[in-house]
Ligand binder design. Sequence first.
Ligand SMILES: Cc1ncc(COP(=O)(O)O)c(C=O)c1O
Length: 401
Amino acid sequence: MPIHSPWRADFPGILALEAEGQTYLDSAATAQKPQQVLDALLGYYAQGAANVHRAQHLPGERATRAFEDTRAKVARWLNVPSAQQIVFTHGATEAFNLLAYGLEHLFQPGEQLVISALEHHANLLPWQQLALRRQLELVVLPLDADGLIDLQQAAQLIGPRCRLLAVSQLSNVLGSWQPLPELLALAKAQDALTVVDGAQGIVHGRHDLAALDCDFYVASSHKLYGADGVGLLCGRASALQQLRHWQFGGEMLRSAEYHSAAFSPAPLGFEAGTPPVSGVIALGAALDYLAGLDDARVIAHEAALHAHLLAGLRARDGIRVLGAPDVALVSFVVEGVHHADLAHLLSEQGIAVRAGHHCAMPLMKGLGLPGAIRASLGLYNDASDLARFFDALDKALELLR
Ligand SMILES: Cc1ncc(COP(=O)(O)O)c(C=O)c1O
Protein backbone atom coordinates (compact mmCIF):
# COMPACT_ATOMS: atom_id res chain seq x y z
CA MET A 1 0.00 0.00 0.00
CA PRO A 2 1.54 3.40 -0.93
CA ILE A 3 2.40 5.51 2.10
CA HIS A 4 0.47 8.75 2.00
CA SER A 5 0.81 11.53 4.56
CA PRO A 6 -2.55 13.16 5.29
CA TRP A 7 -0.62 15.98 7.03
CA ARG A 8 1.84 16.93 4.30
CA ALA A 9 -0.16 19.95 3.16
CA ASP A 10 -0.09 21.30 6.75
CA PHE A 11 3.67 21.96 6.41
CA PRO A 12 4.45 24.87 4.05
CA GLY A 13 8.19 24.24 4.40
CA ILE A 14 7.91 20.73 3.01
CA LEU A 15 5.84 21.95 0.05
CA ALA A 16 8.28 24.80 -0.61
CA LEU A 17 11.26 22.46 -0.52
CA GLU A 18 9.46 20.03 -2.80
CA ALA A 19 8.76 22.83 -5.30
CA GLU A 20 12.51 23.53 -5.22
CA GLY A 21 13.26 19.89 -5.98
CA GLN A 22 14.35 19.09 -2.42
CA THR A 23 13.37 15.94 -0.53
CA TYR A 24 13.71 16.63 3.19
CA LEU A 25 14.87 13.61 5.19
CA ASP A 26 16.63 15.38 8.06
CA SER A 27 13.85 15.84 10.60
CA ALA A 28 15.95 14.53 13.49
CA ALA A 29 18.19 17.58 13.01
CA THR A 30 15.20 19.92 12.85
CA ALA A 31 11.62 19.34 11.77
CA GLN A 32 9.51 21.43 9.39
CA LYS A 33 6.72 23.41 11.04
CA PRO A 34 2.96 23.24 10.53
CA GLN A 35 1.12 26.38 9.39
CA GLN A 36 -0.24 26.84 12.94
CA VAL A 37 3.31 27.35 14.25
CA LEU A 38 4.06 29.91 11.53
CA ASP A 39 0.76 31.67 12.34
CA ALA A 40 1.61 31.76 16.05
CA LEU A 41 5.05 33.27 15.37
CA LEU A 42 3.67 35.88 13.00
CA GLY A 43 0.66 36.52 15.24
CA TYR A 44 2.86 37.34 18.23
CA TYR A 45 4.88 39.88 16.27
CA ALA A 46 2.05 41.21 14.09
CA GLN A 47 -0.30 41.81 17.04
CA GLY A 48 2.43 43.65 18.91
CA ALA A 49 5.36 41.94 20.62
CA ALA A 50 5.80 42.35 24.35
CA ASN A 51 8.01 40.98 27.07
CA VAL A 52 6.61 38.51 29.60
CA HIS A 53 6.21 38.67 33.41
CA ARG A 54 7.18 42.34 33.49
CA ALA A 55 4.45 44.61 32.27
CA GLN A 56 0.92 45.53 33.33
CA HIS A 57 -0.06 46.65 29.82
CA LEU A 58 -2.32 44.68 27.50
CA PRO A 59 0.34 43.36 25.07
CA GLY A 60 2.46 42.26 28.04
CA GLU A 61 -0.46 40.49 29.67
CA ARG A 62 -1.40 38.81 26.40
CA ALA A 63 2.16 37.58 25.79
CA THR A 64 2.50 36.38 29.39
CA ARG A 65 -0.79 34.48 29.20
CA ALA A 66 0.19 32.75 25.94
CA PHE A 67 3.66 31.98 27.33
CA GLU A 68 2.27 30.48 30.54
CA ASP A 69 -0.43 28.60 28.60
CA THR A 70 2.38 26.84 26.75
CA ARG A 71 3.94 25.83 30.05
CA ALA A 72 0.64 24.22 31.02
CA LYS A 73 0.35 22.52 27.61
CA VAL A 74 3.85 21.04 27.93
CA ALA A 75 2.97 19.74 31.41
CA ARG A 76 -0.21 18.13 30.03
CA TRP A 77 1.61 16.74 26.98
CA LEU A 78 4.16 14.97 29.17
CA ASN A 79 1.85 14.20 32.09
CA VAL A 80 3.81 16.33 34.55
CA PRO A 81 1.65 17.23 37.58
CA SER A 82 2.39 20.96 37.67
CA ALA A 83 3.30 23.54 35.02
CA GLN A 84 5.75 24.94 37.59
CA GLN A 85 7.91 21.88 36.91
CA ILE A 86 8.58 23.04 33.33
CA VAL A 87 11.56 25.36 32.79
CA PHE A 88 12.01 26.98 29.37
CA THR A 89 15.61 27.26 28.18
CA HIS A 90 17.10 28.35 24.87
CA GLY A 91 17.53 24.74 23.73
CA ALA A 92 18.12 21.21 24.97
CA THR A 93 21.84 21.95 25.05
CA GLU A 94 21.30 24.85 27.43
CA ALA A 95 19.11 22.65 29.65
CA PHE A 96 21.96 20.13 30.04
CA ASN A 97 24.38 22.93 30.87
CA LEU A 98 21.89 24.32 33.39
CA LEU A 99 21.81 20.89 35.04
CA ALA A 100 25.57 20.43 35.04
CA TYR A 101 26.13 23.83 36.68
CA GLY A 102 23.02 23.78 38.84
CA LEU A 103 23.76 20.36 40.37
CA GLU A 104 27.53 20.81 40.66
CA HIS A 105 27.39 21.68 44.36
CA LEU A 106 25.97 18.20 45.14
CA PHE A 107 29.03 16.24 44.00
CA GLN A 108 32.25 15.43 45.87
CA PRO A 109 35.59 14.40 44.33
CA GLY A 110 35.71 10.67 43.58
CA GLU A 111 31.96 10.33 43.03
CA GLN A 112 30.66 9.09 39.69
CA LEU A 113 28.53 10.54 36.92
CA VAL A 114 27.24 7.81 34.59
CA ILE A 115 26.37 8.32 30.92
CA SER A 116 26.26 5.91 28.00
CA ALA A 117 28.43 5.34 24.94
CA LEU A 118 25.76 6.65 22.58
CA GLU A 119 25.14 10.10 24.02
CA HIS A 120 24.84 13.20 21.87
CA HIS A 121 27.58 15.73 22.68
CA ALA A 122 24.89 17.81 24.42
CA ASN A 123 24.47 15.05 27.02
CA LEU A 124 28.16 14.22 27.18
CA LEU A 125 30.25 17.40 27.26
CA PRO A 126 28.46 19.21 30.12
CA TRP A 127 29.00 16.11 32.35
CA GLN A 128 32.55 15.57 31.09
CA GLN A 129 33.43 19.17 31.91
CA LEU A 130 31.70 18.96 35.30
CA ALA A 131 33.70 15.81 36.06
CA LEU A 132 36.90 17.67 35.20
CA ARG A 133 35.94 20.67 37.36
CA ARG A 134 35.07 18.57 40.42
CA GLN A 135 37.44 15.57 40.08
CA LEU A 136 34.51 13.23 39.50
CA GLU A 137 34.71 10.00 37.55
CA LEU A 138 32.74 9.90 34.30
CA VAL A 139 31.57 6.31 33.78
CA VAL A 140 30.48 5.36 30.25
CA LEU A 141 27.99 2.49 29.93
CA PRO A 142 28.83 0.28 26.92
CA LEU A 143 26.37 -0.88 24.27
CA ASP A 144 25.32 -4.38 23.32
CA ALA A 145 25.48 -5.80 19.79
CA ASP A 146 22.11 -4.18 18.88
CA GLY A 147 23.24 -0.73 19.98
CA LEU A 148 21.28 -0.73 23.22
CA ILE A 149 22.84 0.25 26.53
CA ASP A 150 24.00 -3.07 27.93
CA LEU A 151 21.95 -3.76 31.05
CA GLN A 152 24.17 -6.49 32.45
CA GLN A 153 27.19 -4.23 32.31
CA ALA A 154 25.12 -1.31 33.59
CA ALA A 155 24.21 -3.38 36.65
CA GLN A 156 27.93 -3.85 37.34
CA LEU A 157 28.93 -0.26 36.64
CA ILE A 158 26.17 1.64 38.46
CA GLY A 159 27.39 1.28 42.03
CA PRO A 160 27.32 3.17 45.33
CA ARG A 161 29.58 5.96 44.03
CA CYS A 162 27.11 6.79 41.23
CA ARG A 163 25.48 10.15 42.02
CA LEU A 164 23.86 10.84 38.66
CA LEU A 165 22.79 8.88 35.57
CA ALA A 166 22.20 10.82 32.32
CA VAL A 167 21.06 8.78 29.32
CA SER A 168 19.26 9.17 26.04
CA GLN A 169 15.69 7.93 25.55
CA LEU A 170 16.10 7.42 21.79
CA SER A 171 19.52 7.48 20.14
CA ASN A 172 19.92 10.22 17.51
CA VAL A 173 22.31 7.92 15.58
CA LEU A 174 20.94 4.41 16.08
CA GLY A 175 17.23 5.29 16.27
CA SER A 176 16.69 2.79 19.09
CA TRP A 177 14.63 3.16 22.27
CA GLN A 178 16.91 2.64 25.24
CA PRO A 179 15.92 0.46 28.21
CA LEU A 180 15.10 3.40 30.46
CA PRO A 181 12.96 1.75 33.17
CA GLU A 182 15.71 -0.75 33.96
CA LEU A 183 18.49 1.86 33.85
CA LEU A 184 16.58 4.35 35.99
CA ALA A 185 15.85 1.60 38.53
CA LEU A 186 19.58 0.81 38.79
CA ALA A 187 20.39 4.47 39.44
CA LYS A 188 17.54 4.94 41.93
CA ALA A 189 18.72 1.91 43.88
CA GLN A 190 21.90 3.94 44.52
CA ASP A 191 19.97 7.14 45.35
CA ALA A 192 21.46 8.78 42.28
CA LEU A 193 19.75 11.55 40.31
CA THR A 194 18.40 10.61 36.89
CA VAL A 195 18.43 12.71 33.72
CA VAL A 196 16.79 11.60 30.46
CA ASP A 197 17.70 13.15 27.13
CA GLY A 198 14.33 13.20 25.38
CA ALA A 199 15.42 15.38 22.44
CA GLN A 200 14.65 12.61 19.94
CA GLY A 201 12.26 10.50 22.01
CA ILE A 202 9.70 13.27 22.54
CA VAL A 203 9.08 13.39 18.78
CA HIS A 204 7.85 9.81 18.53
CA GLY A 205 4.69 8.99 20.45
CA ARG A 206 3.39 10.46 23.69
CA HIS A 207 5.47 9.96 26.84
CA ASP A 208 4.23 9.81 30.38
CA LEU A 209 6.86 11.34 32.64
CA ALA A 210 4.91 10.42 35.75
CA ALA A 211 5.28 6.77 34.75
CA LEU A 212 8.90 7.18 33.60
CA ASP A 213 9.73 8.69 36.99
CA CYS A 214 13.05 10.35 36.18
CA ASP A 215 14.28 13.43 38.04
CA PHE A 216 14.86 15.52 34.91
CA TYR A 217 13.72 15.22 31.30
CA VAL A 218 15.19 17.44 28.57
CA ALA A 219 13.89 18.19 25.05
CA SER A 220 13.95 20.77 22.24
CA SER A 221 11.01 22.48 20.56
CA HIS A 222 12.45 22.62 17.05
CA LYS A 223 12.55 18.83 16.67
CA LEU A 224 8.94 18.62 17.83
CA TYR A 225 7.61 20.70 14.90
CA GLY A 226 8.00 23.92 16.91
CA ALA A 227 10.30 26.92 16.51
CA ASP A 228 14.00 26.85 17.32
CA GLY A 229 15.55 28.62 20.29
CA VAL A 230 13.40 26.85 22.90
CA GLY A 231 14.37 23.96 25.13
CA LEU A 232 12.46 22.18 27.87
CA LEU A 233 13.70 21.09 31.25
CA CYS A 234 11.03 19.12 33.11
CA GLY A 235 11.96 18.35 36.69
CA ARG A 236 10.53 16.49 39.62
CA ALA A 237 9.63 19.16 42.19
CA SER A 238 12.11 17.82 44.77
CA ALA A 239 14.88 17.62 42.14
CA LEU A 240 14.28 21.20 40.94
CA GLN A 241 14.70 22.34 44.54
CA GLN A 242 18.23 20.96 44.52
CA LEU A 243 19.31 23.11 41.58
CA ARG A 244 21.48 26.14 42.29
CA HIS A 245 20.88 29.19 40.16
CA TRP A 246 23.34 29.44 37.32
CA GLN A 247 22.47 32.37 35.05
CA PHE A 248 21.74 35.70 36.65
CA GLY A 249 19.79 38.68 35.36
CA GLY A 250 16.32 40.08 34.95
CA GLU A 251 13.13 38.48 36.26
CA MET A 252 14.75 35.56 38.10
CA LEU A 253 14.86 37.13 41.51
CA ARG A 254 12.73 38.18 44.44
CA SER A 255 14.90 41.05 45.58
CA ALA A 256 18.31 42.52 44.83
CA GLU A 257 20.75 44.71 46.74
CA TYR A 258 24.10 45.86 45.43
CA HIS A 259 25.91 43.11 47.32
CA SER A 260 23.32 40.33 47.60
CA ALA A 261 20.13 39.00 46.05
CA ALA A 262 17.38 36.46 46.71
CA PHE A 263 16.36 34.33 43.76
CA SER A 264 13.04 32.84 42.66
CA PRO A 265 12.49 29.08 42.65
CA ALA A 266 11.84 27.14 39.42
CA PRO A 267 10.67 27.82 36.87
CA LEU A 268 11.25 31.58 36.74
CA GLY A 269 14.45 31.46 38.78
CA PHE A 270 16.03 29.49 35.94
CA GLU A 271 14.74 31.71 33.12
CA ALA A 272 17.01 34.71 33.56
CA GLY A 273 16.63 37.54 31.06
CA THR A 274 14.13 37.77 28.23
CA PRO A 275 13.07 34.24 27.33
CA PRO A 276 12.35 33.13 23.74
CA VAL A 277 8.79 34.49 23.93
CA SER A 278 7.70 33.93 20.33
CA GLY A 279 9.23 30.46 20.23
CA VAL A 280 7.52 29.38 23.44
CA ILE A 281 4.16 30.64 22.19
CA ALA A 282 4.76 28.80 18.91
CA LEU A 283 5.56 25.61 20.84
CA GLY A 284 2.08 25.88 22.33
CA ALA A 285 0.71 25.99 18.76
CA ALA A 286 2.81 22.94 17.80
CA LEU A 287 1.42 20.98 20.75
CA ASP A 288 -2.15 22.04 19.87
CA TYR A 289 -1.52 20.86 16.32
CA LEU A 290 -0.12 17.51 17.46
CA ALA A 291 -2.89 17.02 20.02
CA GLY A 292 -5.43 17.43 17.20
CA LEU A 293 -4.01 14.52 15.18
CA ASP A 294 -5.40 11.01 15.31
CA ASP A 295 -2.78 9.17 17.42
CA ALA A 296 -3.48 5.77 15.87
CA ARG A 297 -2.99 7.20 12.36
CA VAL A 298 0.25 8.89 13.36
CA ILE A 299 1.60 5.67 14.86
CA ALA A 300 0.59 3.66 11.76
CA HIS A 301 2.13 6.24 9.43
CA GLU A 302 5.43 6.37 11.33
CA ALA A 303 5.56 2.56 11.42
CA ALA A 304 4.96 2.35 7.66
CA LEU A 305 7.72 4.89 6.93
CA HIS A 306 10.09 3.04 9.24
CA ALA A 307 9.39 -0.36 7.65
CA HIS A 308 9.70 0.98 4.11
CA LEU A 309 12.95 2.84 4.80
CA LEU A 310 14.56 -0.14 6.50
CA ALA A 311 13.38 -2.65 3.90
CA GLY A 312 14.70 -0.46 1.07
CA LEU A 313 18.11 -0.10 2.68
CA ARG A 314 18.36 -3.78 3.57
CA ALA A 315 17.42 -4.79 0.02
CA ARG A 316 20.51 -3.08 -1.37
CA ASP A 317 23.90 -4.76 -1.49
CA GLY A 318 26.69 -3.55 0.72
CA ILE A 319 24.56 -1.29 2.94
CA ARG A 320 25.01 -1.66 6.68
CA VAL A 321 22.34 -0.17 8.91
CA LEU A 322 23.81 0.89 12.27
CA GLY A 323 22.15 -0.74 15.27
CA ALA A 324 18.51 -1.81 15.25
CA PRO A 325 16.40 1.31 14.64
CA ASP A 326 12.88 1.37 16.11
CA VAL A 327 11.74 4.53 14.28
CA ALA A 328 12.28 6.12 10.87
CA LEU A 329 15.63 7.49 11.98
CA VAL A 330 18.22 5.28 10.34
CA SER A 331 21.97 5.69 9.97
CA PHE A 332 23.88 3.60 7.47
CA VAL A 333 27.21 3.15 5.76
CA VAL A 334 28.03 1.56 2.43
CA GLU A 335 30.90 -0.85 1.95
CA GLY A 336 33.74 0.74 0.00
CA VAL A 337 32.04 4.15 -0.17
CA HIS A 338 32.95 7.20 1.91
CA HIS A 339 29.88 8.73 3.55
CA ALA A 340 30.91 12.25 2.49
CA ASP A 341 31.07 11.25 -1.20
CA LEU A 342 27.66 9.63 -0.98
CA ALA A 343 26.20 12.62 0.86
CA HIS A 344 27.57 14.90 -1.83
CA LEU A 345 25.93 12.92 -4.64
CA LEU A 346 22.65 12.68 -2.72
CA SER A 347 22.52 16.39 -2.07
CA GLU A 348 23.34 17.10 -5.73
CA GLN A 349 20.15 15.16 -6.51
CA GLY A 350 18.11 17.19 -4.02
CA ILE A 351 18.09 14.66 -1.17
CA ALA A 352 18.55 16.35 2.21
CA VAL A 353 20.05 13.80 4.59
CA ARG A 354 22.60 14.26 7.35
CA ALA A 355 26.15 12.99 6.98
CA GLY A 356 29.01 12.86 9.45
CA HIS A 357 29.42 12.01 13.13
CA HIS A 358 25.95 13.28 14.16
CA CYS A 359 27.33 15.04 17.26
CA ALA A 360 28.32 11.67 18.69
CA MET A 361 32.04 11.43 17.87
CA PRO A 362 32.95 8.91 20.56
CA LEU A 363 30.13 6.60 19.42
CA MET A 364 31.32 6.78 15.83
CA LYS A 365 34.88 6.05 16.91
CA GLY A 366 33.61 3.09 18.93
CA LEU A 367 31.84 1.77 15.84
CA GLY A 368 35.12 2.19 13.93
CA LEU A 369 33.52 4.63 11.47
CA PRO A 370 34.55 8.11 10.32
CA GLY A 371 30.86 8.91 9.88
CA ALA A 372 27.55 7.72 8.46
CA ILE A 373 24.53 8.91 6.51
CA ARG A 374 21.33 9.43 8.49
CA ALA A 375 17.84 9.58 6.99
CA SER A 376 15.21 10.74 9.47
CA LEU A 377 11.57 11.19 8.56
CA GLY A 378 8.70 13.24 9.91
CA LEU A 379 4.92 13.18 9.82
CA TYR A 380 4.90 14.88 6.43
CA ASN A 381 7.10 12.37 4.59
CA ASP A 382 5.50 9.86 2.25
CA ALA A 383 6.22 7.15 -0.31
CA SER A 384 7.20 9.67 -2.97
CA ASP A 385 10.01 10.99 -0.72
CA LEU A 386 11.32 7.48 -0.16
CA ALA A 387 11.06 6.66 -3.86
CA ARG A 388 13.15 9.75 -4.71
CA PHE A 389 15.64 8.85 -1.98
CA PHE A 390 16.14 5.29 -3.17
CA ASP A 391 16.34 6.36 -6.79
CA ALA A 392 19.03 8.93 -5.95
CA LEU A 393 20.82 6.41 -3.72
CA ASP A 394 20.96 3.84 -6.55
CA LYS A 395 22.29 6.42 -9.01
CA ALA A 396 24.91 7.64 -6.53
CA LEU A 397 26.08 4.12 -5.71
CA GLU A 398 26.29 3.23 -9.37
CA LEU A 399 28.65 6.18 -9.88
CA LEU A 400 30.71 5.49 -6.76
CA ARG A 401 31.19 1.73 -7.15
C1 LIG B 1 19.70 13.13 21.31
C2 LIG B 1 19.95 14.61 21.26
N1 LIG B 1 20.22 15.26 22.38
C3 LIG B 1 20.41 16.58 22.41
C4 LIG B 1 20.38 17.33 21.26
C5 LIG B 1 20.64 18.80 21.34
O1 LIG B 1 19.52 19.54 20.96
P1 LIG B 1 19.64 21.09 20.63
O2 LIG B 1 20.67 21.21 19.53
O3 LIG B 1 18.27 21.45 20.16
O4 LIG B 1 20.05 21.81 21.84
C6 LIG B 1 20.11 16.70 20.05
C7 LIG B 1 20.10 17.46 18.78
O5 LIG B 1 20.37 16.92 17.73
C8 LIG B 1 19.88 15.29 20.04
O6 LIG B 1 19.62 14.63 18.92
